[in-house]
Design a protein around this ligand. Structure first.
Ligand SMILES: NC(=O)c1ccc[n+]([C@@H]2O[C@H](COP(=O)([O-])OP(=O)(O)OC[C@H]3O[C@@H](n4cnc5c(N)ncnc54)[C@H](OP(=O)(O)O)[C@@H]3O)[C@@H](O)[C@H]2O)c1
Length: 331
């Protein structure tokens, strides 16, 4: 099969012929109809991700058709249209993943290929209202944001929610999911055009995080927030506690803009705020996320679709955050 292989730190990504993976009982081979990018693919290609190994087939998100299974028990799955939970080995505790937790596209070989091998428990029926490209965009970002908003952030109808960097793959799912849950959603983003696009999608207001006074603008527009979903961290993070209502929750799962700066700790304890870390999600979160996507007929925002061979060009779009939504690859 053809696959996008990361061969070494200083080598460009190449599309090359590799062996089809063999299957053990409990495993399935999925013929990929579409795959999608996450920022981790970019971090891995620039060497900024833990545990990088060579060679690796990148890609955590995929949708396709089950072509083969290991053993006889799962033969009924052959021919089914699926999306793939990129995480496996979560373990028994809903609160955090086990040491055996693995993600497709490092360390397991990923979806930027004609076929991918996964465990059958990772397979979920493709939402019928989504095209292959849209279905492939859902798994990792949808899962992470679903857990961030509901399992950890405990959003409820009427809450005021802030999404930072809303143009990201995760940010737009956060906007769509929080709106579907009946929240009033505000956003930060990096350009005037993206501010307008976020408002068209239902954001009550959007401000540019590059303005000096973005936090003051938000306070003026919204008053304060019950839940903030942040995957940027960086200098801007220092202002987030000041934007929270008493008892507010800031849920974090990424650090696109750097690390956490010095914080006003007094604000955090006096207002009984919580800063909560989250990481992808459990199989239960994934199942609930897919049900939510079906129930609310969520349609992911696709920024662009590239042929698989152009994966390097697609990933380079993330360098300057020029995308608005998910970037998709088609084998
Ligand atoms: N731990 C986990 O389970 C998990 C899961 C998914 C993602 N992540 C992490 O979460 C982050 C987002 O992932 P993604 O795949 O959605 O990324 P992405 O699609 O590449 O989006 C990155 C976005 O970051 C935003 N951004 C850049 N500088 C910013 C700043 N100073 N302040 C606020 N926002 C800024 C931009 O938003 P605008 O376009 O609006 O300007 C950009 O679109 C990444 O760091 C990723 O590694 C972690």
């Amino acid at each position: 099969m053809k696959a996008i292989v990361l061969e070494a730190a200083d080598k460009p990504l190449v599309l090359k012929e590799v062996d089809n993976p063999g299957l053990a009982p409990g495993e399935a081979l999925v013929k990929i109809k579409a795959a999608a990018l996450n920022r981790r693919d970019y971090w891995i290609t620039i060497g900024k991700y833990a545990g990088i190994k060579y060679p690796t087939i990148l890609g955590s998100d995929g949708a396709g058709i089950v072509e083969a299974v290991g053993g006889d028990t799962d033969r009924h799955l052959i021919g089914t249209e699926v999306i793939i939970n990129p995480g496996s080995g979560w373990g028994d505790d809903q609160n955090f993943q086990s040491d055996d937790f693995k993600i497709l596209g490092l360390p397991a070989d990923g979806t930027f290929a004609e076929y991918v091998k996964v465990e059958v428990q990772q397979l979920h029926t493709r939402p019928a209202h989504l095209s292959w490209e849209q279905a492939a965009a859902v798994p990792l970002a949808g899962l992470t944001v679903f857990r961030a908003l509901f399992t950890k952030g405990k959003i409820k109808k009427g809450d005021k929610v802030l999404i930072t960097g809303v143009g990201s793959g995760t940010g737009l799912f956060a906007l769509q999911f929080a709106l579907a849950a009946g929240c009033q959603v505000f956003a930060t983003t990096g350009s005037g055009e993206k501010m307008e696009r976020a408002k068209k999608l239902g954001a009550a207001a959007a401000v540019n995080y590059k303005s000096q006074d973005w936090a003051e603008q938000l306070l003026h527009l919204a008053g304060g927030f019950d839940v903030i979903i942040d995957s940027a961290l960086g200098d801007g993070f220092a202002k987030l506690p000041d934007l929270c209502n008493p008892g507010g929750r800031i849920v974090i799962f990424g650090g696109t803009a750097g690390n956490i700066p010095a914080l006003n700790g007094r604000k955090i304890f006096w207002c009984q705020l919580q800063v909560i870390g989250t990481m992808m999600g459990s199989p239960d979160d994934f199942k609930a996320m897919v049900a939510f996507v079906n129930e609310h007929q969520i349609v992911p925002v696709i920024d662009a679709v590239f042929p698989l061979a152009d994966a390097a060009e697609a990933i380079s779009k993330m360098e300057h955050s020029s995308q608005f939504g998910k970037i998709v690859l088609k084998p």
